[in-house]
Design a protein around this ligand. Structure first.
Ligand SMILES: [Zn+2]
Ligand SMILES: [Zn+2]
Length: 204
């Protein structure tokens, strides 16, 4: 018997993500469905996006008794806030994550043949959804969040959102010293420009 199994702390059944497996029973196939609002655990965040602390997530979980333990199939809906990776404007969104996790009975075959970091365990009569929920939500957070799918971002030269700029906006125009050079070259290149080179600064 691994030593850590004996020293395992008992789960606090009052914690909102801790469930009592006795409510499901041990007859394989019996199940119980619960839906409840849960305070968001802390630290569900990446650099540009986070589940705001102090908010509530919506948990819809089905606990099902299987031979080896209790299978928890959850759908969690969490509020998101973040900054757009293209235009840096803040935005809010909602993320829906499906999580399926087996909580093995102590002394089941699964308990004997797997490690606890591979398959979760029931602890006494209880199971704790929080670790799996935390992993799944953080994994589902977008690493490059966008305020909307087609956000055009900002003009790299002036930092203004492309939504607020006319379509022909550009910074092609030039330092007067270069403009002088260009006017020397232009008569020659104009007639021989067979390559379809783009001349953004030419008025139509
Ligand atoms: Zn954006
Ligand atoms: Zn610009």
């Amino acid at each position: 018997m691994p030593e850590n199994r004996k020293t395992q702390e008992r789960l606090d059944p009052r914690k909102p993500l801790v469930f009592d497996a006795r409510e499901v029973g041990r007859r394989p196939g019996s199940m119980k469905r619960l839906r409840r609002p849960v305070p968001v655990p802390e630290g569900l965040a990446l650099d540009l996006v986070r589940v705001p602390a102090g908010t509530t997530l919506d948990l819809d979980v089905r606990l099902e008794s299987v031979l080896e333990g209790v299978l928890a199939s959850s759908t969690v809906t969490v509020p998101l806030e973040g900054e757009c990776g293209r235009c840096l404007e803040s935005f809010q969104d909602t993320l829906v994550v499906d999580i399926q996790e087996l909580y093995a009975y102590p002394d089941s075959e699964t308990d004997d043949t797997t490690d606890e970091d591979e398959v979760s365990r029931l602890q006494g009569d209880f199971l704790d959804l929080e670790p799996a929920l935390r992993d799944a939500v953080v994994l589902a957070l977008p690493t490059n969040p966008l305020c909307r799918d087609d956000c055009p971002g900002m003009c790299p030269d002036c930092g203004v959102h492309w939504d607020d700029l006319p379509p022909e906006h550009s910074h092609d125009v030039t330092d007067p010293r270069w403009a002088a050079l260009q006017s020397l070259q232009e008569p020659a290149s104009e007639s021989t420009d067979a390559f379809g080179a783009h001349r953004g600064s030419q008025p139509n």
